[in-house]
Ligand binder design. Structure first.
Ligand code: ATP
Length: 619
């Protein structure tokens, strides 16, 4: 495919504010692409060259990009800088300047998607001393052959401003859209919908598409690389998905915990269960194959270099040949047998002094699950069987141990254990359904968290994504930023729905940081995947997740999260507590969770009132 053709699609994608339309455009694009191209196109649409877990950025510094534009367009660098100040978008500057270019290079040839992808991949991969020169040369080579319209998009890759707003779920929907017709008569699909009735063809189509999408997603959960998945489907059809198996070095999407507000509710929901201490550190997914150890973070980024002591401990203490397991790592004082405060553990996020820190405050890993063991996918086994494997592989370990756990069906035992955990400085407990499989990529009741709650506050903090901001007024006028417009994720519709305007809780340095990072991701219209009734002064690409606490969840006519009959849900008195850089926008709290928190909070409030009345009577 010519790159020019891809640019046609980019323009259409950029101009739509509807997700349905986006899926349609993407499916047309992927249908048109050849098997070999589909993979590259999936990555390029998301502004990357490899799946996220490879952690490879195309990145070239803005100054160098300006230099490339200047050279290729025959302008002075100062002019490029001036134009950039005026336009605020280097892509547009490149388009404008290349349009005025007097003479095209003799060697220019029409750009193909392959060529653009290959150069961007080389740019991303070049490291070392001379790498900036190499990167500029590769970028200039592309600009030399590009039309002004193509240049606008080429520039946006290395500076990270492509922002078509295409999330992974949208790509999966597009793939299902292409293939559902040929699969509506598949045996398993027919079996699933045998007893269901459909109003019309339209509703039937939606159902088949969602079943096909489920099949794709099941593989995505153990192989989160949609480029590869698109490639396999294009080459071998949907049946080809069978080829995808768990692999060493490819992360599995994590299972997530639900919330309930009491031990009684936990027992009611899952009966006799395992209750584990809830450690507050880094969630790590560890892949070991012989001596090769790879560590992934909660958001599935490769972090092996950051945890040398864990790598060493895995090599020394985990005796099996091949395994994938998960646990929470935190700084632990072996002498006092106490956990260090979270502030100490969190310092390990720094990229410098890793060696020193790992010696001063070595992390201890508390293992809570296992997904793959000696060539076998064990995700389908009931938790109680997986726990046996966890105990077996950690037996005799010093720095890698199994999480503490009790098995009970008594709410009183849970409360007792919960209080002990809190006293020891832990966050609470996690209850585990003894019979549940490992449910990759989903928040189900297989795990239920119970955390310490504060009176007058929601029992858990909420992670929201910033979608826009309001400019500072009054005292805040000195800062460009007054309040944030934030949203939660609607998983079913793959979009972000607003839940709060946050104007407090920020420390001064946080405001400065927010201003800086948000000004880099401004966009001039509402992003397609944001559903909002509020118009902030500035829209931003949904990218940054922050953690907030609030007093409660209330109904609101202006926020769109969980909106029914013109009433949505909102956070009351929200305050920012921290950045959640370990979460992608789609990892923030979901609308479904907020709806459940809203219902649970009502139940808790009722029980509190009853307690008060009881108390009054006894006085
Ligand atoms: P989430 O990971 O659920 O999106 P979060 O990062 O805000 O949310 P919490 O809500 O505090 O985390 O709780 C879930 C997390 O608790 C898990 O992702 C895991 O990192 C951590 N955790 C600590 N101890 C355990 C345990 N024993 N079993 C499972 N998870 C545990």
């Amino acid at each position: 495919m010519q790159f020019e053709r891809l640019v046609d699609y980019f323009e259409r994608l950029e101009n739509t504010s509807s997700r349905i339309e986006m899926i349609k455009i993407l499916s047309e694009l992927l249908k048109e692409a050849s098997a070999g191209e589909a993979k590259k196109i999936v990555y390029l649409c998301q502004g990357k060259v490899l799946p996220d877990y490879e952690g490879l950025e195309i990145g070239i510094g803005e100054k160098f990009v300006e230099e490339a534009i200047a050279t290729v367009s025959g302008n002075r660098k100062e002019n490029v800088e001036k134009e950039y100040k005026k336009e605020g978008d280097l892509g547009l500057v490149a388009e404008k300047m290349l349009a005025k270019r007097k003479q095209k290079s003799l060697f220019s040839q029409k750009l193909s998607v392959d060529k653009v992808y290959d150069n961007l991949l080389k740019i991303a991969k070049s490291t070392g001393q001379k790498s900036q020169d190499v990167k500029i040369r590769l970028l200039s080579e592309l600009l030399n052959s590009s039309t002004p319209r193509e240049a606008k998009y080429i520039i946006r890759f290395p500076i990270g401003t492509l922002r078509l707003g295409i999330g992974d779920p949208t790509i999966m929907d597009a793939l299902a859209e292409i293939y559902w017709k040929e699969h509506e008569n598949d045996e398993d699909i027919k079996n699933r919908i045998k007893k269901e009735k459909y109003k019309d063809e339209e509703e039937f189509g939606r159902r088949v598409r969602s079943l096909l999408r489920e099949k794709i997603e099941a593989k995505y959960n153990i192989h989160p690389d949609l480029g590869e998945i698109a490639d396999i489907i294009k080459k071998y059809g949907i049946e080809g998905l069978e080829k995808i198996k768990i692999e060493h070095g490819i992360p599995i999407r994590p299972t997530l915990a639900e919330r309930l507000s009491s031990s009684e509710d936990i027992i009611k929901k899952i009966g006799k269960c395992a209750i584990e201490a809830k450690y507050d550190g880094f969630r790590l997914q560890i892949h070991k194959k012989e001596n090769n150890v790879i560590i992934f973070s909660r958001r599935l980024e490769k972090m092996t270099q950051m945890f040398p002591e864990i790598v060493k401990a895995v090599r020394e203490e985990i005796k099996v040949k091949e395994v994938i397991f998960e646990g929470e790592a935190l700084a632990y004082n072996e002498n006092t047998k106490e956990f260090y405060p979270f502030q100490i553990t969190i310092q390990r996020k720094r990229k410098y002094d890793i060696g020193k820190m790992s010696e001063e405050f070595p992390l201890k890993l508390f293992v809570f699950d296992v997904m793959f063991m000696e060539g076998k996918n064990v995700m389908g086994m009931p938790f109680k069987e997986r726990r046996k494997i966890v105990e077996q592989i950690t037996k005799g370990g010093k720095n890698i141990v199994a999480t503490e756990s009790i098995i009970t069906e008594s709410p009183r035992d849970i409360d007792k254990y919960f209080n002990e955990c809190i006293e020891r400085g832990l966050e609470g407990i996690v209850a585990k359904d003894l019979n549940a499989p490992y449910i990759a990529g989903a928040r189900k009741f297989a795990w239920i968290k119970l955390k310490r709650s504060y009176r007058g506050e929601l029992s858990d903090s909420v992670d929201v994504v910033i979608v826009g901001y309001f400019k500072g007024r009054g005292l805040r006028a000195k800062f460009g930023l007054g309040a944030l417009l934030t949203a939660v994720y609607d998983k079913k519709e793959d979009c972000f729905k607003t839940i709060a305007k946050i104007g407090s809780g920020f420390k001064e340095e946080q405001i400065e940081e927010l201003e800086k990072i948000l000004s880099e991701i401004k966009i001039d219209k509402k992003p397609a995947r944001v559903i909002s009734r509020i118009e902030p002064d500035v829209w931003v690409e949904p990218k940054y997740v922050i953690e907030v606490v609030a007093d409660e969840i209330t109904k609101s006519p202006i926020h769109t999260a969980g909106m029914k009959k013109e009433e949505g849900l909102a956070l009351r008195f929200p305050r920012m507590i921290s950045f959640r850089r370990d979460k992608k926008p789609e990892d923030c709290t979901t609308v479904e969770e907020i709806e459940r928190m809203y219902i649970n909070q009502k139940v808790v409030n009722l029980t509190e009132t009853e307690e008060r009345i009881d108390g009054d009577l006894t006085v």
